[in-house]
Design a protein around this ligand. Sequence first.
Ligand SMILES: [Zn+2]
Length: 158
Amino acid sequence: MVRPHCPRIVSGLPAKRYFKPIGVPRRELCEVVLSVDEYEAIRLADGEGLYHEQAAALMNISRPTFGRILQSARRKIAEALVNGKAIRIEGGVIEVADMRRFQCDRCGRSWEVPHGGGRPEECPYCHGLEIHRAHDLASTTRGRRRCGHGGGRRRCRE
Ligand SMILES: [Zn+2]
């Protein structure tokens, strides 16, 4: 089933494109290939905890389409975990968005919005209306943010 579609907007490419079980030579591994839009769906829905509707809007696709991409992504990741396969992230009809970061004064959380999408009206997490652009954060944390949760920052550098 092939149908043409518009590029799906993603906020960036994954920092790591390949995951494998330890102790198994790569040539002996089966792989599942996760497209970059599937990776983005996982990141937004499960990583950031956004509602499907919000995530779909960020990717410039319909909510049902987002649901299908997310389902496919979860199935592939489950297949890799359960069957000990490697995960390669590549491909997909995508467009990398130029992102602007906003921060909520009420809950303190921040999130990114593609350029040209207009200023968000409320915080996607707490629906607070006191939001502002987070200029400095966007430029200084962009590279580190992907390294995970505190500590080990140096080891994450490539
Ligand atoms: Zn908030």
